[in-house]
Design a protein around this ligand. Structure first.
Ligand SMILES: Cc1cc2nc3c(=O)[nH]c(=O)nc-3n(C[C@H](O)[C@H](O)[C@H](O)COP(=O)(O)OP(=O)(O)OC[C@H]3O[C@@H](n4cnc5c(N)ncnc54)[C@H](O)[C@@H]3O)c2cc1C
Length: 443
Protein backbone atom coordinates (compact mmCIF):
# COMPACT_ATOMS: atom_id res chain seq x y z
CA UNK A 1 0.00 0.00 0.00
CA UNK A 2 1.48 3.35 -1.02
CA UNK A 3 1.96 6.08 1.57
CA UNK A 4 -0.23 9.19 1.13
CA UNK A 5 0.99 12.73 1.81
CA UNK A 6 -0.81 16.06 1.75
CA UNK A 7 0.35 18.75 -0.66
CA UNK A 8 -1.53 22.05 -0.77
CA UNK A 9 -4.46 20.38 1.00
CA UNK A 10 -4.58 17.56 -1.63
CA UNK A 11 -3.90 13.94 -0.78
CA UNK A 12 -1.21 12.52 -3.06
CA UNK A 13 0.13 8.99 -3.07
CA UNK A 14 3.87 8.41 -2.82
CA UNK A 15 4.30 5.78 -5.50
CA UNK A 16 8.09 5.71 -5.93
CA UNK A 17 11.03 5.95 -3.53
CA UNK A 18 14.08 5.50 -5.79
CA UNK A 19 17.64 6.29 -4.81
CA UNK A 20 17.90 8.65 -7.76
CA UNK A 21 15.15 10.32 -9.79
CA UNK A 22 16.25 11.74 -13.13
CA UNK A 23 13.94 14.41 -14.52
CA UNK A 24 14.17 14.41 -18.31
CA UNK A 25 15.24 11.78 -20.82
CA UNK A 26 17.44 13.78 -23.19
CA UNK A 27 21.09 12.91 -23.83
CA UNK A 28 22.03 14.17 -20.36
CA UNK A 29 19.19 12.36 -18.55
CA UNK A 30 19.82 8.99 -20.17
CA UNK A 31 23.53 9.01 -19.41
CA UNK A 32 22.90 10.22 -15.85
CA UNK A 33 20.40 7.41 -15.21
CA UNK A 34 22.74 4.77 -16.66
CA UNK A 35 25.75 5.96 -14.65
CA UNK A 36 23.83 5.91 -11.36
CA UNK A 37 22.42 2.49 -12.15
CA UNK A 38 25.86 1.11 -13.02
CA UNK A 39 26.99 2.10 -9.53
CA UNK A 40 24.14 0.03 -8.13
CA UNK A 41 21.53 2.69 -7.48
CA UNK A 42 17.78 2.21 -7.93
CA UNK A 43 16.94 4.77 -10.61
CA UNK A 44 13.67 6.21 -11.86
CA UNK A 45 13.68 8.38 -15.00
CA UNK A 46 10.63 10.50 -15.78
CA UNK A 47 10.03 12.07 -19.18
CA UNK A 48 7.10 14.12 -20.46
CA UNK A 49 7.19 12.65 -23.99
CA UNK A 50 6.65 9.00 -24.91
CA UNK A 51 10.31 8.56 -25.84
CA UNK A 52 13.78 9.67 -24.90
CA UNK A 53 15.97 12.03 -26.87
CA UNK A 54 14.71 15.50 -25.95
CA UNK A 55 16.03 18.22 -28.26
CA UNK A 56 17.96 15.62 -30.25
CA UNK A 57 14.89 13.59 -31.18
CA UNK A 58 11.73 15.57 -30.33
CA UNK A 59 13.44 18.72 -31.60
CA UNK A 60 15.04 16.73 -34.46
CA UNK A 61 18.43 18.35 -33.91
CA UNK A 62 19.53 15.15 -35.55
CA UNK A 63 23.32 15.13 -35.37
CA UNK A 64 25.88 14.40 -32.67
CA UNK A 65 28.09 17.45 -32.42
CA UNK A 66 31.13 17.70 -30.19
CA UNK A 67 32.84 14.34 -30.72
CA UNK A 68 35.78 15.61 -32.78
CA UNK A 69 38.69 18.03 -32.78
CA UNK A 70 38.58 21.38 -34.55
CA UNK A 71 40.88 23.58 -36.65
CA UNK A 72 43.01 22.98 -39.69
CA UNK A 73 43.54 19.39 -38.70
CA UNK A 74 42.73 15.87 -39.77
CA UNK A 75 39.71 14.42 -38.05
CA UNK A 76 40.29 12.93 -34.64
CA UNK A 77 37.71 11.86 -32.09
CA UNK A 78 38.41 13.55 -28.74
CA UNK A 79 35.27 12.67 -26.79
CA UNK A 80 34.64 9.08 -25.68
CA UNK A 81 33.10 7.57 -22.53
CA UNK A 82 29.32 7.26 -22.68
CA UNK A 83 29.18 9.42 -25.84
CA UNK A 84 31.32 6.83 -27.63
CA UNK A 85 29.22 3.98 -26.20
CA UNK A 86 26.04 5.55 -27.56
CA UNK A 87 27.67 6.47 -30.88
CA UNK A 88 29.08 2.98 -31.42
CA UNK A 89 25.67 1.45 -30.62
CA UNK A 90 24.06 3.81 -33.14
CA UNK A 91 26.72 2.72 -35.66
CA UNK A 92 26.02 -0.98 -35.14
CA UNK A 93 22.30 -0.34 -35.55
CA UNK A 94 22.85 1.55 -38.82
CA UNK A 95 21.56 4.68 -37.14
CA UNK A 96 24.32 7.06 -38.30
CA UNK A 97 26.12 8.14 -41.45
CA UNK A 98 29.85 8.80 -41.66
CA UNK A 99 30.96 12.03 -39.97
CA UNK A 100 30.18 15.12 -42.04
CA UNK A 101 32.43 18.21 -42.16
CA UNK A 102 30.99 21.28 -40.43
CA UNK A 103 33.31 24.27 -40.92
CA UNK A 104 36.51 23.34 -39.11
CA UNK A 105 35.08 20.32 -37.31
CA UNK A 106 32.72 17.38 -37.91
CA UNK A 107 29.35 16.08 -36.80
CA UNK A 108 27.48 12.79 -37.07
CA UNK A 109 23.91 12.80 -38.47
CA UNK A 110 21.71 10.11 -36.95
CA UNK A 111 18.28 8.57 -37.28
CA UNK A 112 15.73 9.64 -34.65
CA UNK A 113 13.91 6.32 -34.41
CA UNK A 114 17.13 4.32 -33.91
CA UNK A 115 18.10 6.86 -31.22
CA UNK A 116 14.80 6.30 -29.38
CA UNK A 117 15.02 2.49 -29.70
CA UNK A 118 18.58 2.49 -28.43
CA UNK A 119 17.73 4.67 -25.43
CA UNK A 120 14.82 2.31 -24.54
CA UNK A 121 17.11 -0.69 -24.81
CA UNK A 122 20.00 0.72 -22.79
CA UNK A 123 17.68 1.90 -20.01
CA UNK A 124 15.84 -1.43 -19.92
CA UNK A 125 19.10 -3.41 -19.94
CA UNK A 126 20.20 -1.49 -16.86
CA UNK A 127 16.91 -2.25 -15.08
CA UNK A 128 16.10 1.46 -14.83
CA UNK A 129 12.44 2.26 -14.26
CA UNK A 130 11.21 4.66 -16.91
CA UNK A 131 7.94 6.58 -16.74
CA UNK A 132 7.08 8.24 -20.03
CA UNK A 133 4.18 10.69 -20.27
CA UNK A 134 5.08 11.88 -16.78
CA UNK A 135 5.50 15.58 -16.14
CA UNK A 136 7.49 17.01 -13.29
CA UNK A 137 5.30 19.68 -11.64
CA UNK A 138 7.07 20.82 -8.52
CA UNK A 139 9.60 19.99 -5.84
CA UNK A 140 8.99 20.26 -2.14
CA UNK A 141 11.92 20.81 0.22
CA UNK A 142 12.12 20.42 3.99
CA UNK A 143 13.35 23.16 6.34
CA UNK A 144 16.98 22.26 5.75
CA UNK A 145 16.62 22.58 1.97
CA UNK A 146 16.58 18.86 1.25
CA UNK A 147 14.21 17.93 -1.60
CA UNK A 148 11.80 15.43 -0.07
CA UNK A 149 9.12 15.16 -2.74
CA UNK A 150 8.72 15.60 -6.47
CA UNK A 151 5.12 16.19 -7.45
CA UNK A 152 4.46 14.78 -10.91
CA UNK A 153 1.50 14.29 -13.25
CA UNK A 154 0.97 11.24 -15.40
CA UNK A 155 -2.06 9.77 -17.17
CA UNK A 156 -3.10 8.29 -13.80
CA UNK A 157 -3.16 11.76 -12.20
CA UNK A 158 -0.83 13.46 -9.75
CA UNK A 159 1.50 11.46 -7.54
CA UNK A 160 4.61 11.92 -5.46
CA UNK A 161 8.15 10.58 -5.84
CA UNK A 162 10.46 10.64 -2.84
CA UNK A 163 14.01 10.09 -4.09
CA UNK A 164 17.22 10.33 -2.12
CA UNK A 165 18.79 12.48 -4.86
CA UNK A 166 17.37 14.36 -7.86
CA UNK A 167 19.14 14.95 -11.16
CA UNK A 168 17.66 17.88 -13.05
CA UNK A 169 18.19 16.94 -16.70
CA UNK A 170 15.11 18.81 -17.91
CA UNK A 171 17.12 21.18 -20.10
CA UNK A 172 15.06 23.98 -18.57
CA UNK A 173 16.30 23.68 -14.94
CA UNK A 174 12.71 22.84 -14.01
CA UNK A 175 13.54 21.35 -10.61
CA UNK A 176 16.01 24.09 -9.66
CA UNK A 177 13.37 26.63 -10.66
CA UNK A 178 10.82 24.67 -8.59
CA UNK A 179 12.93 25.03 -5.44
CA UNK A 180 13.45 28.75 -6.14
CA UNK A 181 17.09 28.22 -7.03
CA UNK A 182 18.69 31.09 -8.91
CA UNK A 183 18.67 30.79 -12.70
CA UNK A 184 19.23 33.21 -15.57
CA UNK A 185 18.31 33.38 -19.24
CA UNK A 186 20.98 34.03 -21.87
CA UNK A 187 22.61 37.44 -22.12
CA UNK A 188 20.36 39.76 -20.08
CA UNK A 189 17.33 37.65 -20.99
CA UNK A 190 18.15 37.42 -24.70
CA UNK A 191 18.39 33.76 -25.69
CA UNK A 192 19.27 31.96 -28.91
CA UNK A 193 16.50 31.69 -31.45
CA UNK A 194 14.39 28.53 -31.91
CA UNK A 195 14.53 26.50 -35.12
CA UNK A 196 11.93 24.12 -36.54
CA UNK A 197 14.06 21.40 -38.08
CA UNK A 198 12.60 19.30 -40.89
CA UNK A 199 13.44 16.34 -43.08
CA UNK A 200 13.23 16.16 -46.86
CA UNK A 201 12.64 12.80 -48.59
CA UNK A 202 13.35 11.56 -52.11
CA UNK A 203 16.37 13.82 -52.50
CA UNK A 204 18.70 13.01 -55.42
CA UNK A 205 21.73 12.24 -53.25
CA UNK A 206 24.38 12.25 -55.98
CA UNK A 207 23.33 15.77 -56.90
CA UNK A 208 23.04 16.72 -53.19
CA UNK A 209 26.66 15.72 -52.50
CA UNK A 210 27.78 17.83 -55.46
CA UNK A 211 25.93 20.90 -54.13
CA UNK A 212 28.11 22.97 -51.83
CA UNK A 213 26.67 24.56 -48.66
CA UNK A 214 27.79 27.95 -50.10
CA UNK A 215 25.68 27.40 -53.21
CA UNK A 216 22.57 26.68 -51.12
CA UNK A 217 23.26 29.73 -48.94
CA UNK A 218 23.73 32.00 -51.97
CA UNK A 219 20.46 30.81 -53.47
CA UNK A 220 18.67 31.34 -50.14
CA UNK A 221 19.89 34.95 -50.05
CA UNK A 222 18.88 35.58 -53.66
CA UNK A 223 15.40 34.03 -53.26
CA UNK A 224 14.79 35.98 -50.05
CA UNK A 225 16.07 39.30 -51.40
CA UNK A 226 14.12 39.07 -54.64
CA UNK A 227 11.00 38.29 -52.58
CA UNK A 228 10.18 34.94 -54.22
CA UNK A 229 10.34 33.18 -50.85
CA UNK A 230 10.36 34.47 -47.28
CA UNK A 231 13.60 32.97 -45.88
CA UNK A 232 14.74 34.88 -42.78
CA UNK A 233 17.82 32.73 -42.09
CA UNK A 234 20.51 32.92 -44.76
CA UNK A 235 23.12 30.55 -43.31
CA UNK A 236 21.41 27.17 -43.46
CA UNK A 237 22.53 23.56 -42.85
CA UNK A 238 21.58 20.38 -44.73
CA UNK A 239 22.94 16.95 -43.76
CA UNK A 240 22.48 13.48 -45.28
CA UNK A 241 20.59 11.02 -43.06
CA UNK A 242 20.94 7.22 -42.73
CA UNK A 243 17.56 6.61 -44.38
CA UNK A 244 17.86 6.44 -48.15
CA UNK A 245 17.46 9.81 -49.90
CA UNK A 246 16.63 11.72 -46.71
CA UNK A 247 18.21 15.06 -45.79
CA UNK A 248 18.02 16.87 -42.44
CA UNK A 249 17.36 20.59 -42.82
CA UNK A 250 18.34 22.96 -40.02
CA UNK A 251 17.27 26.15 -41.78
CA UNK A 252 14.53 28.10 -40.05
CA UNK A 253 14.82 30.92 -37.53
CA UNK A 254 11.78 31.77 -35.45
CA UNK A 255 11.35 35.27 -34.07
CA UNK A 256 8.34 37.50 -33.45
CA UNK A 257 7.72 40.12 -36.16
CA UNK A 258 9.48 42.73 -33.96
CA UNK A 259 12.59 40.54 -33.89
CA UNK A 260 12.22 39.36 -30.30
CA UNK A 261 12.75 35.69 -29.49
CA UNK A 262 9.96 33.38 -28.32
CA UNK A 263 10.89 31.71 -25.02
CA UNK A 264 10.91 27.97 -24.41
CA UNK A 265 9.48 28.55 -20.93
CA UNK A 266 6.20 30.09 -22.14
CA UNK A 267 3.30 28.11 -23.64
CA UNK A 268 2.17 31.24 -25.46
CA UNK A 269 5.58 31.75 -27.04
CA UNK A 270 5.97 28.05 -27.77
CA UNK A 271 2.59 27.95 -29.54
CA UNK A 272 3.65 30.87 -31.70
CA UNK A 273 7.03 29.22 -32.39
CA UNK A 274 5.47 25.85 -33.31
CA UNK A 275 3.00 27.41 -35.74
CA UNK A 276 5.46 29.87 -37.25
CA UNK A 277 8.06 27.09 -37.38
CA UNK A 278 5.89 24.73 -39.41
CA UNK A 279 4.97 27.55 -41.78
CA UNK A 280 8.61 28.51 -42.24
CA UNK A 281 9.69 24.87 -42.71
CA UNK A 282 7.18 24.57 -45.55
CA UNK A 283 8.53 27.77 -47.13
CA UNK A 284 12.14 26.52 -47.02
CA UNK A 285 11.01 23.13 -48.39
CA UNK A 286 9.25 24.84 -51.30
CA UNK A 287 12.37 26.90 -51.95
CA UNK A 288 14.58 23.77 -51.97
CA UNK A 289 12.23 22.00 -54.41
CA UNK A 290 12.07 25.03 -56.67
CA UNK A 291 15.69 26.25 -56.61
CA UNK A 292 18.07 23.38 -55.70
CA UNK A 293 18.17 20.68 -58.41
CA UNK A 294 18.92 17.84 -55.93
CA UNK A 295 15.53 18.56 -54.29
CA UNK A 296 13.51 18.81 -57.54
CA UNK A 297 11.49 15.63 -56.79
CA UNK A 298 11.81 15.81 -53.00
CA UNK A 299 9.04 16.29 -50.44
CA UNK A 300 8.80 17.53 -46.88
CA UNK A 301 8.70 14.36 -44.73
CA UNK A 302 8.02 15.97 -41.37
CA UNK A 303 9.16 18.55 -38.84
CA UNK A 304 10.34 17.88 -35.30
CA UNK A 305 7.69 16.86 -32.76
CA UNK A 306 8.45 20.21 -31.20
CA UNK A 307 10.29 23.35 -32.24
CA UNK A 308 13.97 23.19 -31.31
CA UNK A 309 14.77 25.28 -28.23
CA UNK A 310 18.45 26.05 -27.86
CA UNK A 311 18.41 27.91 -24.59
CA UNK A 312 16.17 28.58 -21.61
CA UNK A 313 17.17 28.72 -17.94
CA UNK A 314 20.79 28.24 -16.90
CA UNK A 315 21.54 27.51 -13.27
CA UNK A 316 23.80 29.64 -11.13
CA UNK A 317 26.41 27.04 -10.33
CA UNK A 318 29.57 26.72 -8.27
CA UNK A 319 31.44 27.42 -11.50
CA UNK A 320 30.08 29.32 -14.46
CA UNK A 321 31.66 28.36 -17.78
CA UNK A 322 32.76 31.70 -19.22
CA UNK A 323 32.95 32.71 -22.87
CA UNK A 324 36.67 33.32 -22.42
CA UNK A 325 37.25 29.81 -21.10
CA UNK A 326 35.85 28.43 -24.35
CA UNK A 327 37.81 30.79 -26.59
CA UNK A 328 41.05 30.36 -24.57
CA UNK A 329 40.69 26.55 -24.53
CA UNK A 330 40.88 26.51 -20.73
CA UNK A 331 41.53 23.14 -19.09
CA UNK A 332 40.15 21.96 -15.74
CA UNK A 333 41.14 19.31 -13.19
CA UNK A 334 37.48 18.47 -12.74
CA UNK A 335 36.61 18.15 -16.43
CA UNK A 336 33.58 16.00 -17.20
CA UNK A 337 34.08 16.51 -20.92
CA UNK A 338 36.49 17.99 -23.40
CA UNK A 339 34.91 20.07 -26.14
CA UNK A 340 36.16 21.51 -29.41
CA UNK A 341 32.70 22.45 -30.65
CA UNK A 342 32.62 26.10 -31.77
CA UNK A 343 30.55 28.83 -30.19
CA UNK A 344 27.57 28.53 -32.50
CA UNK A 345 25.25 31.31 -31.42
CA UNK A 346 21.99 31.61 -33.33
CA UNK A 347 20.81 35.19 -32.76
CA UNK A 348 17.74 37.02 -34.03
CA UNK A 349 19.64 38.71 -36.83
CA UNK A 350 22.72 36.58 -37.33
CA UNK A 351 24.52 33.32 -36.77
CA UNK A 352 27.88 33.75 -35.08
CA UNK A 353 30.38 30.88 -35.27
CA UNK A 354 33.77 31.00 -33.50
CA UNK A 355 35.93 27.89 -34.00
CA UNK A 356 38.59 26.56 -31.67
CA UNK A 357 41.94 26.18 -33.41
CA UNK A 358 43.62 22.81 -32.87
CA UNK A 359 42.65 22.74 -29.20
CA UNK A 360 39.76 22.05 -26.86
CA UNK A 361 38.39 23.42 -23.59
CA UNK A 362 37.05 21.52 -20.58
CA UNK A 363 33.65 21.55 -18.93
CA UNK A 364 34.24 21.48 -15.15
CA UNK A 365 31.91 19.37 -12.99
CA UNK A 366 31.13 22.42 -10.84
CA UNK A 367 29.09 23.89 -13.73
CA UNK A 368 26.54 21.17 -12.87
CA UNK A 369 26.43 21.98 -9.19
CA UNK A 370 23.74 24.50 -8.26
CA UNK A 371 24.35 26.91 -5.42
CA UNK A 372 21.16 25.75 -3.72
CA UNK A 373 19.90 22.33 -2.75
CA UNK A 374 21.28 19.52 -0.65
CA UNK A 375 20.43 16.50 -2.76
CA UNK A 376 20.43 17.71 -6.34
CA UNK A 377 22.79 18.03 -9.30
CA UNK A 378 21.98 19.10 -12.84
CA UNK A 379 23.08 17.75 -16.21
CA UNK A 380 23.04 19.04 -19.76
CA UNK A 381 21.81 22.22 -21.32
CA UNK A 382 20.73 23.91 -18.06
CA UNK A 383 24.35 23.88 -16.79
CA UNK A 384 25.88 27.09 -15.50
CA UNK A 385 27.39 28.87 -18.51
CA UNK A 386 27.62 32.33 -19.99
CA UNK A 387 25.49 32.91 -23.06
CA UNK A 388 28.11 32.23 -25.73
CA UNK A 389 29.88 29.50 -23.76
CA UNK A 390 26.56 27.65 -23.65
CA UNK A 391 26.27 28.07 -27.41
CA UNK A 392 29.24 25.69 -27.55
CA UNK A 393 28.89 23.42 -24.51
CA UNK A 394 25.22 22.44 -24.97
CA UNK A 395 25.72 19.93 -27.80
CA UNK A 396 24.96 16.21 -27.57
CA UNK A 397 28.39 14.63 -27.00
CA UNK A 398 29.06 17.03 -24.11
CA UNK A 399 25.56 16.47 -22.65
CA UNK A 400 26.32 12.73 -22.57
CA UNK A 401 29.52 13.47 -20.64
CA UNK A 402 27.80 15.84 -18.20
CA UNK A 403 25.02 13.33 -17.53
CA UNK A 404 27.40 10.46 -16.88
CA UNK A 405 29.29 12.50 -14.29
CA UNK A 406 26.06 13.72 -12.67
CA UNK A 407 24.83 10.14 -12.31
CA UNK A 408 28.08 9.26 -10.55
CA UNK A 409 27.83 12.38 -8.38
CA UNK A 410 24.30 11.42 -7.30
CA UNK A 411 25.57 8.00 -6.21
CA UNK A 412 28.49 9.57 -4.36
CA UNK A 413 26.05 11.81 -2.46
CA UNK A 414 24.10 8.78 -1.32
CA UNK A 415 27.04 6.52 -0.51
CA UNK A 416 28.94 9.14 1.47
CA UNK A 417 25.78 10.76 2.97
CA UNK A 418 27.00 14.05 1.56
CA UNK A 419 25.30 17.31 0.82
CA UNK A 420 25.49 18.61 -2.78
CA UNK A 421 27.16 21.77 -1.53
CA UNK A 422 30.14 19.71 -0.35
CA UNK A 423 30.72 17.97 -3.68
CA UNK A 424 34.07 18.46 -5.40
CA UNK A 425 34.52 17.69 -9.08
CA UNK A 426 37.84 15.93 -8.57
CA UNK A 427 36.19 13.58 -6.03
CA UNK A 428 33.45 12.80 -8.55
CA UNK A 429 36.07 11.95 -11.18
CA UNK A 430 37.97 9.75 -8.72
CA UNK A 431 34.70 8.03 -7.77
CA UNK A 432 33.93 7.40 -11.45
CA UNK A 433 37.33 5.76 -11.82
CA UNK A 434 36.76 3.58 -8.75
CA UNK A 435 33.48 2.41 -10.26
CA UNK A 436 34.96 1.89 -13.72
CA UNK A 437 32.78 4.54 -15.34
CA UNK A 438 34.76 5.99 -18.23
CA UNK A 439 35.12 9.73 -18.26
CA UNK A 440 34.36 11.24 -21.62
CA UNK A 441 38.02 11.78 -22.51
CA UNK A 442 39.09 8.22 -21.66
CA UNK A 443 39.12 5.92 -24.66
C1 LIG B 1 17.44 23.71 -33.25
C2 LIG B 1 18.53 22.97 -32.54
C3 LIG B 1 19.54 22.39 -33.29
C4 LIG B 1 20.55 21.71 -32.63
N1 LIG B 1 21.49 21.07 -33.37
C5 LIG B 1 22.34 20.23 -32.75
C6 LIG B 1 23.15 19.36 -33.51
O1 LIG B 1 23.11 19.33 -34.74
N2 LIG B 1 23.99 18.52 -32.83
C7 LIG B 1 24.05 18.52 -31.46
O2 LIG B 1 24.82 17.73 -30.90
N3 LIG B 1 23.29 19.33 -30.73
C8 LIG B 1 22.43 20.15 -31.33
N4 LIG B 1 21.59 20.92 -30.60
C9 LIG B 1 21.75 20.94 -29.13
C10 LIG B 1 21.28 19.69 -28.47
O3 LIG B 1 20.27 19.04 -29.20
C11 LIG B 1 20.75 19.96 -27.06
O4 LIG B 1 21.40 21.02 -26.44
C12 LIG B 1 20.92 18.74 -26.22
O5 LIG B 1 20.24 17.69 -26.85
C13 LIG B 1 20.37 18.99 -24.83
O6 LIG B 1 20.31 17.79 -24.13
P1 LIG B 1 19.70 17.77 -22.66
O7 LIG B 1 19.60 16.34 -22.29
O8 LIG B 1 20.45 18.68 -21.79
O9 LIG B 1 18.27 18.44 -22.78
P2 LIG B 1 17.03 18.03 -23.67
O10 LIG B 1 17.45 17.30 -24.86
O11 LIG B 1 16.24 19.28 -23.82
O12 LIG B 1 16.26 17.00 -22.73
C14 LIG B 1 15.46 17.40 -21.66
C15 LIG B 1 14.35 16.39 -21.51
O13 LIG B 1 13.59 16.72 -20.37
C16 LIG B 1 12.22 16.57 -20.68
N5 LIG B 1 11.49 17.45 -19.78
C17 LIG B 1 11.55 18.80 -19.72
N6 LIG B 1 10.73 19.26 -18.78
C18 LIG B 1 10.16 18.18 -18.21
C19 LIG B 1 9.20 18.03 -17.18
N7 LIG B 1 8.67 19.08 -16.52
N8 LIG B 1 8.81 16.77 -16.86
C20 LIG B 1 9.31 15.69 -17.51
N9 LIG B 1 10.21 15.79 -18.50
C21 LIG B 1 10.64 17.03 -18.84
C22 LIG B 1 12.12 16.97 -22.13
O14 LIG B 1 10.98 16.45 -22.74
C23 LIG B 1 13.40 16.39 -22.70
O15 LIG B 1 13.24 15.09 -23.18
C24 LIG B 1 20.55 21.62 -31.21
C25 LIG B 1 19.53 22.18 -30.47
C26 LIG B 1 18.52 22.84 -31.14
C27 LIG B 1 17.40 23.40 -30.32
Amino acid sequence: MNKTITINAYQVQVTHTPDVCVVGGGAAGISAAIAASRIGKKVLLIEKYGFCGGATVAGLSGTICGLFNSGNVTREQIVFGFAEEFYSNLRSNKGVVEPVAFGKTWLVPHDGLVWKELADKLLQNEGIEVLYHTNFLNAITNDSGHIETLLVKSFEGQFAIQPKVVIDASGDAEVIHGIQGETFMGADGVVQTPTMIFKMGNVAMDAFFKTSPQEINQKVVKADEEGSFCLPRHHVYAFPLPNKNEVLCNMTRITYPDGSTPLGTSSKDMTYAEMAGRKQAREYANFLIDRIPAFKDAYLVDTGAQVGIRQTRSIVGHHQLMNREVLDATKSKSAVSHSAWPIEAHGAGELKIAYLENDHYDIPFETLLPKVGKNIVVAGRCMSAEHEALASARVTAQCFGMGYASGAAASLLINERMDSQQLKGEDVLYYMKQHKLKNSYER
